[in-house]
Design a protein around this ligand. Structure first.
Ligand code: F6P
Length: 558
């Protein structure tokens, strides 16, 4: 195992520390003195235009950050990942999500197996299945065409598909709607199945491990819902054979554990596999995206994958100083480790991306929320900022106040598109243009603020002057693209995957395990009997948990 480099022992870290001492950013002056700043610090990334110029960086800082990437071996580790080395050290696994989006005909031999060929074999099966459902050749048990696909999964088996579906809903062209059930709160299943016709509903049970409590519980509930609905209406007979036949037409699965799929009663001919070298939060471009291939169509799904691949190629072939995901990862390190930022806002100016921040929360926080490094030693610096956000302009009327005038530094990424999915006019005025004016206004206000002199010049006096002035120097990155197409969305997702990767390498983290979610899962299983009233399980709990259990038993109505 290659030992991680301690970033704090590098020459670059020393340089960054001294550059950070007494650091006093002045975006107004920097832009005034350097008319080429915007152009110099804007970079193409496939179909994206990424403007880093409103970040709190100078040329010296950028050079030191790039040196940090060199000294910690970011490019070398990316190459090791793409070559299939087992960089997921704690699980002894390769990390090959980049292989999921390789063009047909590529070859990557890992542990003696051509994984690219395997990927395309499964992709071909998914596409054939998607085409059958879309055309109506695949029907429910009573011969009716599928109108609703319901993905049952959680975490990476949910967040990616739901985010992409919402983002690309205008591409859903086969008259099939998708719904997503994730939470074990029975409300989720009850609400998502409301109004559905069992005869035209297809469930996709998506679980990498096929052991996840929430997903398997929901899958069983969905199966009951299907059987009850079909037998109550007389669509099928009330016997085991009829039920088995119904499951075969209304349930398919996506998993790395096809033996467990069979145990559940789903025919493995109707299951799509993937591999242990795909992490849950890196899996939307694997068979986990089957619901997307069905609803959006195989072509849109391929375009999505091509966007991912374009960014992979950029990372692989572009020098670090122009390598956009690397630069953005380095900026996050600068803000987190040298300027004390604890969180990072992602603010899409596209309603379709309303689940993108939630998706990024798992990608970034499950990947880099770690306090040990990949060799088991403690991290040497802060890691893993909190990602959060909401689409503009909604966020403007909620939490932007704190970003503009609060005491905390919150770097923010703004994501916008020149063309809307729905070009509506308000009295002859382009509404999307107005929307974009807000994106530009916010990034401008955050960067340049409003001085007390400017406030006074408007006639304000007294204590109101301070309240109405804006410090500025609040860093933002603007990510712009022509339209939110499947390819562009793939590029955006891959951008953040590789930002996360860059930070993980610099911090010496294994960004591909998630042991931190295990304890809660184990305890939930231990506490479940206590909920049912098992006295010894209740006694085994700590006093606070016992008291909460007592409250529950006192107040539950059933
Ligand atoms: O609990 C965390 C996690 O393991 C995620 O990493 C994963 O995306 C999610 O659970 C779902 O897991 P599975 O796909 O195996 O059901």
């Amino acid at each position: 195992m290659t030992a991680p480099v301690d970033p704090t022992s590098t020459v670059a870290w020393e340089e960054l520390t001294s550059l950070g001492d007494g650091f006093s950013p002045d975006l107004r002056e920097w832009f005034a003195e350097d008319p080429a700043r915007a152009e110099r610090l804007s970079f193409p990334l496939a179909d994206l235009h990424v403007d880093l110029s409103k970040n709190l960086i100078t040329d010296d800082l950028l050079a030191a950050l790039v040196k940090l990437a060199e000294e910690t071996g970011v490019a070398e580790r990316f190459a090791a990942m793409e070559a299939g080395e087992h960089i997921n050290t704690t699980e002894d696994r390769a990390v090959l999500h980049t292989a999921l989006r390789l063009p047909a005909g590529s070859s990557v031999v890992v542990d003696g197996q051509d994984v690219a060929a395997d990927v395309h074999e499964v992709l071909g099966r998914i596409e054939a299945f998607a085409n059958r459902v879309r055309s109506g050749e695949w029907t429910g048990v009573t011969g009716k065409k599928v109108t609703h696909v319901v993905n049952i999964g959680i975490g990476g088996s949910d967040l990616g598909p739901v985010m992409v579906y919402e983002a690309l809903a205008p591409y859903a062209d086969a008259g099939i709607e998708a719904r997503f059930i994730s939470n074990i709160d029975p409300t989720d299943l009850a609400q998502k199945t409301a109004g559905l016709d069992p005869e035209t509903t297809l469930f996709i049970v998506a679980s990498k491990t096929f052991t996840t409590l929430e997903t398997l519980t929901n899958a069983r509930l969905a199966r009951d819902w299907l059987w009850k609905g079909l037998t109550a209406s007389g669509a099928i007979a009330d016997n085991d054979d009829a039920r088995t036949a119904a499951v075969a037409r209304h349930f398919v699965a996506v998993s790395t554990a096809l033996d467990k799929v069979a145990e559940f009663g789903i025919d493995t001919d109707n299951a799509f596999g993937f591999w242990d070298w795909v992490g849950g939060r890196y899996s939307v471009d694997s068979a986990i995206g089957t619901s997307l291939a069905v609803v959006l169509g195989p072509e849109a799904f391929r375009d999505l994958l091509s966007g991912f691949h374009a960014v992979d190629e950029h990372v692989r072939t572009t020098p670090l100083a122009q390598n956009v995901p690397v630069l953005m990862g380095l900026l996050n390190v600068w803000y987190t480790n040298f300027l004390g930022a604890q969180s990072h806002a992602v603010l899409p100016y596209a309603q379709q991306l309303h689940r993108f921040p939630a998706y990024l929360q798992q990608l970034t926080m499950e990947s880099n929320g770690k306090s040990v490094r990949w060799d088991g030693t403690p991290v040497t610096t802060d890691t893993g900022e909190i990602f959060w956000g909401e689409p503009g302009t909604n966020g403007q009327h909620a939490f932007y106040q704190l970003i503009h005038q609060g005491t905390r530094l919150i770097p923010a990424d703004f994501i916008a598109f020149a063309n809307p999915a729905y070009p509506l006019q308000d009295g002859g005025r382009d509404v999307h243009g107005l929307f974009l004016a807000n994106f530009l206004a916010q990034t401008k206000a955050l960067a340049f603020g409003k001085t007390e002199e400017e406030v006074e010049a408007e006639g304000t006096t007294g204590p109101l002057v301070a309240a109405r002035s804006f410090e500025g120097n609040r860093p933002t990155t603007s990510i712009f693209a022509s339209s939110l197409t499947p390819k562009v969305l793939g590029e955006l997702i891959a951008l953040y995957e590789h930002i996360t990767f860059t930070q993980g390498v610099i911090w010496g983290i294994n960004s591909f395990d998630q042991w931190g979610v295990e304890l809660g899962k184990q305890l939930a299983l231990q506490i479940a009997p206590a909920i049912e009233g098992d006295e010894s399980a209740i006694e085994a709990q700590d006093p606070s948990t016992r008291a909460l259990l007592a409250y529950y038993r006192e107040h539950r109505s059933a």
